[in-house]
Design a protein around this ligand. Structure first.
Ligand SMILES: O=P(O)(O)OC[C@@]1(O)O[C@H](CO)[C@@H](O)[C@@H]1O
Ligand SMILES: [Mn+2]
Length: 440
């Protein structure tokens, strides 16, 4: 018997955020990307000469064509760069066509999650098909700027962490627990800063992140930190030092720094013994972290004039060498599948994540993929929406930027809606949703 599931979010629902995104936000992102690439003209000419100029023209021509395809609701076409799992993408297209009784999917008619992921794969295709610009990241400038513009907030956070670090290993629980909550909350709210929600406009952390926590707390719709604390605490006592944390990363800039600070906090306090970071394999949703962004962020910290930043930059580069931090790339994170499909599509990744003690999923897109980007009733339990995806204990740290949310109490949505009708998409509200490890 096939499972009866709520419909996928889609731009075919005209009053939805999916419609707004595909109609307005994606074309703006594409136009801004063309602009950003164009502004690299002089540098590219200097570095690569005529071959670089040819590539630049080719990328921008393809992005403009893609923009037209989105705006005119063209049928989705296969990926033909012969790279980066192109055959998996094309098989997915075939499957949807088949599920649609032979109708090829299109931007406004089919699942939002699929077509939005596909747009970033097409941007990458334009880059992959270059002769000399194959490694260009069209969002690099925006991501780098996001970190530099958040410098004040970054230094406040790092100075705060540096100030308590020495006391952490011997701190008793009554003092430690409030800090534990604070570092998770800081990491959660770091997710407010993404560049695709603002269609590539500035969205930087400029306030003191610590001072903001009290204000933000009333916007937390679900807070499962207690459960997570209990489980992590038990594990920590039981496992005698060996506890693995995985962080499925989201955005570069302030959010990535807040991930790194949380990782450091948990490592120094010996709650965990190793942290595995999962970045994206290629530029994704404008601000998502790639391995290159991760390395660049550490280098930028290490060479900063700010002492705390420089200290952590150096310390974290050493962590990559001593293995307490591990960067793990996997193609699955840049496929269109939701996480229910991971076990079939990427069994190696699922098996690896099963060795983790706790997996943190950062941000909105990860949440959409966890719950399958479907129009679930808001009171659906989180574990029901996961549909069996449970490689280990997991926790979503997500500010709401898409109109899907589960795990609420009856009536919570109505209260939030009174605050703002757009409560699900502005990034003001958030959830910390935890699901324990499945018993064997
Ligand atoms: O995953 P993130 O960085 O928190 O958010 C990504 C995002 O801005 O992009 C999509 C809309 O285009 C939504 O999933 C979400 O609003
Ligand atoms: Mn993102």
């Amino acid at each position: 018997m096939t499972e009866k599931l709520p419909p996928s979010l889609s731009a075919k629902f005209k009053d939805s955020f999916a419609y707004e995104t595909i109609k307005d936000r994606l074309p703006v992102i594409l136009a801004k990307t063309v602009d950003a690439v164009h502004r690299l003209k002089n540098d590219i000419k200097e570095q690569h000469g005529e071959a670089g100029m040819e590539d630049l023209k080719s990328i921008n021509g393809k992005l403009s064509k893609l923009r037209n395809e989105v705006q005119t609701d063209k049928a989705i076409i296969p990926i033909h760069d012969g790279r980066l799992n192109f055959e998996v993408w094309n098989a997915y297209l075939e499957k949807i066509t088949c599920d649609n009784d032979g109708r090829t999917p299109s931007w406004f008619q089919d699942a939002w999650l699929y077509v939005e992921c596909y747009m970033y794969r097409r941007i990458q295709e334009a880059v992959e098909e270059c002769k000399v610009l194959k490694t260009l990241d069209p969002f690099q400038g925006q991501k780098d700027q996001a970190l530099l513009s958040s410098a004040d907030a970054v230094s406040i956070l790092m100075e705060f962490l540096e100030g308590i670090l020495g006391n952490l290993p011997s701190m008793d629980d009554s003092k430690f627990r409030p800090l534990f909550d604070q570092f998770f909350e800081l990491d959660l709210w770091g997710n407010k800063c993404d560049l695709s929600i603002s269609a590539g406009h500035d969205n930087f952390q400029t306030e003191s992140p610590i001072a903001m926590l009290d204000v933000f707390r009333s916007f937390l719709l679900v807070d499962n930190l207690n459960q997570m604390w209990d489980d992590l605490h038990k594990l920590n006592k039981r496992k005698d030092g060996s506890v693995r944390l995985d962080i499925v990363l989201d955005n570069a800039g302030f959010e990535l720094i807040s991930d790194m600070c949380l990782a450091e906090f948990l490592l120094t306090s010996k709650m965990v013994s190793e942290v595995h970071f999962h970045p994206k394999r290629f530029p994704w949703f404008v601000s998502d972290t790639t391995k290159k962004d991760f390395i660049w962020t550490l280098e930028t910290c290490r060479t900063s004039d700010n002492k705390a930043m420089a200290d952590f930059g150096q310390m974290w580069e050493e962590r990559l060498v001593d293995g307490s931090w591990i960067i793990k790339e996997h193609d699955f994170w840049t496929l269109p599948h939701d996480y229910h499909d991971m076990e079939t599509i990427a069994p190696d990744l699922y098996a690896d994540l099963s060795k983790s003690d706790l997996i943190l999923f950062k941000g909105d897109l990860n949440y959409r993929k966890l719950v399958g980007d479907r129009n679930w009733p808001h009171t659906t339990p989180f574990d029901v929406a996961l549909r069996g995806f449970r490689p280990s204990a997991l926790c979503a740290l997500r500010t709401l930027k898409a109109d899907v949310v589960v795990g609420l109490l009856e009536g919570q949505d109505r209260v939030a809606c009174k605050h703002t009708a757009r409560w699900m998409v502005t990034g003001e509200f958030a959830v910390i949703q935890y699901c324990e490890k499945k018993s064997q």
